[in-house]
Design a protein around this ligand. Structure first.
Ligand SMILES: NC(=O)c1ccc[n+]([C@@H]2O[C@H](COP(=O)([O-])OP(=O)(O)OC[C@H]3O[C@@H](n4cnc5c(N)ncnc54)[C@H](OP(=O)(O)O)[C@@H]3O)[C@@H](O)[C@H]2O)c1
Length: 226
């Protein structure tokens, strides 16, 4: 399948490479193709600059947000949460159409340092804002509650026995995204309901970030034991 990923950071790189390894054809979108391909500075998580990463991943296409949105039959939002609506506006409603958008983003305010403040609350979330701004899109929120490496390899935590949440308004879209999740080794896929459930999963981020402060870079994840 052709998959368009909006976002050149750690998630875009790791999820893009994993989808390509599963046989999908991937295009990653960015604001400025030449600037991203020329980048050499590692990002804040120590991931290689997109430009250096792409030299080793030339099978992955690179385009503008609009080109990646047009290319993908299924889309992934892997942009900074505070810039997601801007990125989707740059992608363009016509290119987004009524496609499935896997929304991995979190709206985090780093302005007062670490840990950042999650901006979702019990009345709003980024997932809902995206669905409202682009009503034809089939937004499926998932994978935002774990690190990028765990997203694409569930077996990294507890032999694959941790939980991935999924929510969105369209049952068929959730079923299609669940197949992609299963290809990454997920089997405890917990459907939390419609797009308003994005509030709860986005509000988990402060817990994840505090846990990261304690555990460090050993892979970990939420598990709903029952
Ligand atoms: N890193 C993780 O392990 C992890 C885990 C769970 C969830 N997430 C979430 O996944 C998303 C991606 O995270 P990340 O660490 O891969 O990358 P990131 O640094 O959060 O985001 C990088 C991407 O956001 C775009 N961007 C930033 N500001 C923008 C703006 N004002 N307008 C349009 N686009 C903008 C950048 O565009 P350019 O390409 O043009 O620079 C780049 O493609 C975030 O929402 C994050 O909270 C990350």
């Amino acid at each position: 399948m052709n998959i368009g990923i909006l976002g050149t950071g750690m998630v875009g790189q790791v999820v893009g490479a994993a989808l390509a390894a599963k046989g999908h054809t991937v295009m990653i979108g960015t604001r400025d193709v030449q600037k991203s391909l020329a980048s050499t500075e590692p990002n804040g998580y120590g991931m290689p600059a997109f430009g250096l990463w792409h030299k080793d991943n030339q099978h992955i296409k690179v385009g503008t947000f609009a080109e990646a949105a047009k290319f993908g039959e299924v889309l992934v939002n892997a942009t900074s949460g505070l810039g997601s609506l801007e990125a989707l506006n740059m992608a363009g409603a016509d290119n987004l159409g009524s496609k499935v958008l896997i929304d991995i983003a979190n709206e985090l305010d780093f302005s007062k340092g670490m840990p950042p403040r999650a901006l979702a609350n019990d009345t709003r979330s980024l997932g809902e804002d995206i669905q409202t701004a682009f009503p034809n899109l089939k937004v499926v929120k998932t994978l935002n509650t774990m690190s990028a490496f765990v997203m694409v390899n569930a077996a990294l935590v507890d032999n694959g026995n941790s939980t991935v949440f999924i929510n969105g308004n369209d049952a068929n879209a959730k079923a299609q995204v669940s197949e992609i999740l299963k290809s990454f080794g997920w089997h405890d896929i917990m459907d939390l309901g419609d797009i308003t459930a994005s509030r709860s999963v986005e509000m988990l981020l402060p817990v994840w970030l505090k846990s990261w402060g304690v555990i460090g870079n050993t892979p970990f994840n939420f598990k709903i034991a029952r």
